[in-house]
Design a protein around this ligand. Structure first.
Ligand SMILES: [Zn+2]
Length: 259
């Protein structure tokens, strides 16, 4: 399979398109228009949709894409978690191993915290993770519905994947996230390097994504709760000595929300 294509939508969303020999799979189409334009321009047909969570900027284009597919005499399968019941045609539950046309095996992972039913889709071969708003490059999704403890377990589940996993988040937040990460770990040289690299990509209007798990382990503060410098800086922000990684994670998320 070719590397998935990032379709920009709204201000900073990416809709990922996975081309296969059985049609294209579209991940989190918040808006149908740019997807339809791409399909028409590239003479591709849509095989199905994967939804990660229920926010409008991820599901808003589903109905229009279904209508578009019908004009091509096609019925779409729309996979999604329970919180996407309104839009999905098939249920994807954490722990499921799906077998999807063109994609092969896809495992469904519980990445709740940003929303309570948030799921991610992992293709073990070639090790691709479509994680919606659970993890970003150098950051993670806000806790709209879940708790810091849920986020802690979600991040652990992601961190348990192979290091070479390519990660496809749904937003271009990398540059801002890296600026914040540098406050959290001022002497982490990987951050300075990544900031420089991502700034030049963004100047050229290139996406900073996908990223890899190996890279995130170096630059993502939410995966670096073990770092002594991070612990010290977060303790300073919270005016409280280190107690546990879960508490540090909660404080770090709070710091990021206020920054
Ligand atoms: Zn969201």
């Amino acid at each position: 399979m070719h590397s998935p294509i990032a379709i920009s939508s709204f201000n900073d969303n990416y809709i990922w398109i996975i081309e296969t020999d059985q049609g294209c799979w579209v991940v989190d189409p918040g808006d149908a228009k740019p997807v339809i334009s791409w399909l028409v321009a590239n003479q591709q047909r849509i095989a199905g949709i994967l939804l990660t969570h229920h926010h409008a900027d991820h599901v808003g284009g589903v109905e229009a894409l279904e209508a578009f597919a019908q004009t091509q005499q096609q019925t779409l399968t729309v996979w999604g978690p329970d919180e996407c019941q309104r839009w999905r045609t098939e249920a994807a539950k954490p722990g499921d191993l799906l077998s999807l046309p063109g994609l092969g095996q896809v495992s469904v992972i519980d990445v709740s915290a940003h929303t309570l039913g948030h799921i991610a889709y992992f293709l073990p071969e070639p090790a691709w993770l479509f994680c919606g708003d659970s993890l970003f490059s150098a950051g993670c999704g806000r806790l709209f519905e879940g708790t810091p403890l849920q986020l802690f377990h979600t991040l652990q589940r992601i961190n348990d994947l192979p290091a070479h996993t390519h990660i496809f988040p749904a937003h271009e937040y990398t540059q801002k996230n890296l600026a914040f990460a540098q406050h959290v770990e001022p002497s982490n040289e990987s951050l300075a390097l990544a900031y420089h690299e991502v700034s030049s990509w963004r100047e050229q209007k290139r996406p900073s994504l996908p990223t890899t798990l190996a890279r995130e382990r170096l630059i993502n503060p939410f995966l670096r709760l073990h770092s002594p410098e991070l612990r010290e800086q977060v303790s300073h922000f919270a005016e409280q000595a280190f107690q546990s990684e879960v508490i540090t994670l909660a404080q770090l998320r709070q710091w990021k929300d206020q920054s």
